[in-house]
Design a protein around this ligand. Structure first.
Ligand SMILES: Cc1cc2nc3c(=O)[nH]c(=O)nc-3n(C[C@H](O)[C@H](O)[C@H](O)COP(=O)(O)OP(=O)(O)OC[C@H]3O[C@@H](n4cnc5c(N)ncnc54)[C@H](O)[C@@H]3O)c2cc1C
Length: 375
């Protein structure tokens, strides 16, 4: 049986960022991922936006890790040649009635410590985004976009360079806490050729995304339930993609469900419209009952009147690992904690947006928790 100091469950952006951080400090680090490749779940099905931290409650983990993660993500992308564009973004009020909410959002961002926020009027909106209609906007200079896929692979590459072992097609099926270590049962390989293996780890980190509640359940912790909320996208390609220059957001939903359907100019020159927000059954349910393109065109016209249904192509979708049930309200914070009953385990649950941005900061936090366990 292999012995590990640390075993990370999940090879999304969070697991890979953690692997990079902990492998710089300790030997015998393993990361196991059930899919054939890293980053195939939520980490490659998002907007790729490097968020600023304006939206989240003051002193929340989301606010803290987003603001620090924003700085660390740009620094990392620059140093390791991960494609990114530091564009800034506009949050636009469609009418005068929305301007009170716009002011409140600016104040929230400032309270969180986000720098450089500025209110601008229609003339400046026009200068930056000639096709967008709005009465006022917040300019958010620290927002940008990054290649999520390449970010995941860069974190993983550095972790393996430090000596970490990354195993794909490896699903954790059991976790048995013992004295000073957890026995991790793995099913490795594909359907035709499955092997059972066990690794004994002094510290286990649950970064299993949509399945983090089930992985926590393997340790007997039933504290959390994840509700998948699908976010769907449409894409505008070719010359009509010039209708948008950078990033344009409406005001966020009052129910805390999403940041609203926004326009994101991609690194490949198209623009995305989305993501929508719908609770769905099933953690692999990306495509059943997709919204019609007409619904996207309709909602986009408020800020971008020139958009036509014929400009839009159905794009991909992603699933948010929400901790708030369909009947609930508000924003749940990230859960990042040592398990109260199994102190060698670190649980990360509900790592929805801004998880891509926050990943390198979350990784430093988790490395501190791992230090308490290992040293
Ligand atoms: C529509 C949408 C848009 C978003 N936009 C943004 C954005 O613009 N900016 C931003 O900062 N964030 C954004 N996010 C959030 C961001 O994508 C996520 O927070 C982040 O990708 C979460 O990463 P993760 O590693 O926790 O999860 P995942 O990427 O889901 O990785 C978890 C991994 O664990 C694996 N796993 C699960 N169970 C097991 C097991 N038993 N054994 C082995 N492996 C297992 C899974 O296969 C998966 O690969 C968005 C999310 C969505 C859905």
């Amino acid at each position: 049986m292999d012995q590990a100091n640390i075993l990370i469950i999940g090879g999304g952006v969070v697991g890979c960022a953690i692997a990079r951080a902990v492998s710089a400090r300790w030997q015998d680090v393993f990361l196991v991922e059930q899919n054939p490749k890293l980053g195939m779940a939520t980490s490659s099905r998002n907007s790729g936006v490097v968020h600023s931290g304006i939206y989240y409650p003051k002193n929340s983990m989301k606010a803290r890790h987003c603001i620090e993660g924003n700085r660390l993500t740009y620094e990392f992308a620059r140093k390791h040649n991960v494609p990114f564009r530091h564009t800034g973004k506009l949050v636009v009020a469609a009418s005068a009635e929305e301007e009170g909410d716009l002011d409140a959002l600016k104040k929230k961002g400032e309270d969180n410590g986000v720098e450089g926020l500025r209110l601008i009027g229609p003339a400046e909106i026009q200068k930056r985004e000639p096709h967008i209609r709005g009465t006022a906007a917040i300019e958010v200079p620290s927002t940008g976009i990054v290649s999520a896929e390449e970010l995941v692979h860069a974190y993983a590459r550095i972790a393996t360079g430090h000596g970490a072992e990354i195993v794909t097609r490896a699903r954790v099926v059991s976790l048995e806490p013992g004295a000073g270590a957890i026995r991790v049962g793995l099913r490795i390989g594909d359907e035709e050729n499955v092997q059972e293996e066990t690794i004994e780890a002094r510290c286990v980190i649950n970064a299993a995304g949509l399945y983090a509640d089930e992985v926590a359940g393997l340790l007997g912790n039933k504290s959390w339930k994840i509700y998948p909320v699908r976010g769907e996208y449409c894409e505008v390609r070719g010359p009509r993609a010039s209708l948008i220059n950078d990033l344009v957001y409406p005001l966020p939903h009052h129910d805390g469900l999403s940041l609203g359907v926004h326009f994101t100019k991609t690194l490949w020159g198209t623009f995305l419209l989305g993501p929508t927000a719908t609770y769905v059954d099933g953690k692999e349910n990306y495509e059943k009952n997709r919204l019609p393109i007409a619904a996207f065109a309709e909602s986009a016209k408020t800020l971008l009147p020139e958009i036509e249904e014929s400009d839009l192509h159905l794009g991909y979708s992603g699933l948010r690992p929400k901790l708030v049930p369909p009947t609930g309200h508000g924003i749940a914070d990230f859960v990042i904690t040592r398990d109260p009953a199994v102190p060698q385990a670190i649980q990360l649950v509900g790592i929805e947006s801004p998880g891509l941005t926050a990943a390198p900061s979350i990784a430093e936090h988790v490395a501190q928790l791992a230090k308490e366990i290992l040293e």
